[in-house]
Design a protein around this ligand. Structure first.
Ligand SMILES: *Cc1c(COP(=O)(O)O)cnc(C)c1O
Length: 489
């Protein structure tokens, strides 16, 4: 700013503003202030310097822009204290965990935005154990290089009845890898009714393109017949594909071709047949009182050559994509150079192995696997939980919100069984509107719950915020947090 001479008519404003700018302390002075001693030891000199520079730059800009709040702050008697506090806050926020645990009371058990399946304690422990140096790709007996699939393949084969198995980063990667391995530059026949989109970015036609395959749609949206597949097969055909329409259902005048029929057609034409199962469950959920979802074993028994499915949907494990099927095809998939780019990490392998081991004891699975425990939690148990919580929660909210219990329906989520709903109970919070009307009050309330140390995520229905209690396990902590943070609305 040296040498800058303001135009005469601006003198009145700019001179005091410049004085304020000059009154800002230097970065070094801020860093050396006794009030901030300890920060450098905790966060390091570089981060502290950047935080102080950032805060001073923000103030300088605000002063130049004539921001009244900034002017008041700088001329206030407690300016230095407030500046130090801001620098400290900036550092604390920067270094605090960005991934926070939340209370998922959204009513969607496997919620993609909330990290899908909660992992069992055994898996969490195994993840920590694998964090250091480990035999990820090392054969301890032979003393030379091993294969990371080794940790999972035998168990996956045992549980699914497949000959071979391999695992990648997620199911989208599994589909991409299989298509690229078996059909690059050639045609993949798929029913028009199965060209799914999952969560915006996974769309079957685009995955085909990325895998360098040519999509050969056949049939119509609601009806596809065996003859449609027969007519679509030609000398450029590489494989037949079936995709589980996991997140929607085509109802009414419909027809699709069974896995058995397609397996047979594929065999007659010397083509592989691949089924993308999406959620992929390893046990018949009917056994736990849930709706039927095709299992990997059933699909393989139909004669499918390769099946792909997710690790963190109805399997209840970590993010992963699992490919099971015939030895020869799985080996080809493994040899694809893309496999290296899509491979799964040691932490996920450790967790997945523990989760798969739980499946070896299906009787106890619903109590040991959190995802299944939540899905099978009885309506009576959830209602009893609601009855226990009603009074203390109402007290925590005080007069600002009306708290009641209401019946609601939870959904499974992640596109699995999209039309099925599970009976549940929710705390229904209805704010007493003050400023800005009902909607604003409701948004404010939802926002307050998201700001809690362990954010509470509900869903809005008919002017109220519903907290579906199906997935609430840590009742004490939930209540303690509400009490400590009251009043909440
Ligand atoms: C969810 C899903 C995918 C993608 O799986 P991610 O594990 O989320 O990558 C692919 N296909 C189907 C049918 C799905 O349901």
């Amino acid at each position: 700013m040296a040498g800058f001479v303001p135009a005469p008519e601006e003198n009145q404003q700019i001179v005091p503003r410049n004085q304020r700018l000059r009154s800002l302390p230097s970065v070094d002075r801020v860093l050396n202030a006794p009030e901030l001693s300890g920060l450098v030891g905790q966060y390091g000199a570089q981060a502290c310097k950047l935080a102080a520079q950032g805060e001073l730059a923000r103030l300088r800009k605000a002063l130049r822009d004539g921001d009244g709040d900034a002017e008041a702050l700088v001329s206030g008697a407690d300016f230095q204290d407030r500046l130090y506090a801001a620098v400290r806050r900036k550092l604390v926020a920067e270094f605090s965990a960005s991934l926070k645990p939340v209370f998922n009371l959204s009513g969607t058990v496997v919620h993609t935005n909330l990290g899908r399946s909660a992992l069992p304690a055994e898996a969490v422990e195994a993840m920590a154990t694998a964090a250091g140096a480990c035999n990820l790709e090392y054969d301890l007996e032979a003393g030379h290089r091993g294969d990371r699939d080794h940790h999972l393949e035998a168990t996956l084969c045992e549980l699914t009845g497949a000959e071979a198995a391999t695992v990648v980063n997620n199911n989208a990667a599994a589909v991409l890898l299989v298509l690229n391995t078996l059909a690059t530059g050639r045609e993949v026949v798929i029913s028009r009714g199965e060209l799914v989109e999952i969560g915006g970015s996974f769309r079957m036609p685009e995955i085909m393109q990325s895998a360098n395959c040519i999509l050969r749609e056949t049939g119509t949206t609601n009806r596809t017949h065996l003859r449609d597949y027969e007519n679509a097969i030609n000398k450029r055909t590489a494989l037949l594909m079936k995709v589980h329409t996991s997140n929607y259902e085509v109802r009414g005048f419909t027809n699709s071709v069974s896995g058995q029929e397609l397996s047979q057609l594929a065999r007659e034409n010397g083509l592989p047949f691949v089924h993308d199962l999406g959620s992929g469950t390893l046990v018949d959920l009917v056994r736990y009182g849930l709706p039927h979802e095709p299992t990997v074993n059933e699909v393989l028994a139909e004669g499918v050559d390769l099946v792909t499915f997710s690790g963190d949907k109805l399997l209840g494990g970590p993010q992963a994509g699992i490919i099971v099927g015939g030895r020869e095809l799985v080996d080809r998939v493994r040899r694809n150079p893309l496999k290296r780019a899509l491979r799964v990490d040691k932490i996920s392998i450790a967790a997945l192995r523990e989760v798969l081991n739980l499946y070896k004891d299906p009787q106890r699975l619903s109590s040991r696997l959190p995802m299944l425990a939540d899905l099978t939690r009885s309506a009576a148990e959830i209602l009893a939980l609601g009855e226990r919580l009603l009074k203390p929660v109402a007290e925590a909210f005080g007069p600002a919100a009306c708290v009641a219990l209401t019946e609601c329906k939870s959904q499974i989520g992640s596109g699995a069984l999209p039309l099925e709903r599970l009976e549940s109970t929710a705390l229904q919070l209805t704010p007493i509107a003050e400023k800005g009307g009902k909607d604003a009050a409701l948004q404010r309330l939802a926002g307050r719950l998201r700001e809690l140390p362990r954010p509470v995520i509900g869903r809005i229905r008919d002017g109220s915020l519903l907290l579906d209690l199906r997935c609430l396990r840590d009742e004490e902590r939930f209540l303690a947090q509400l009490r400590e943070s009251a009043p909440l609305a």
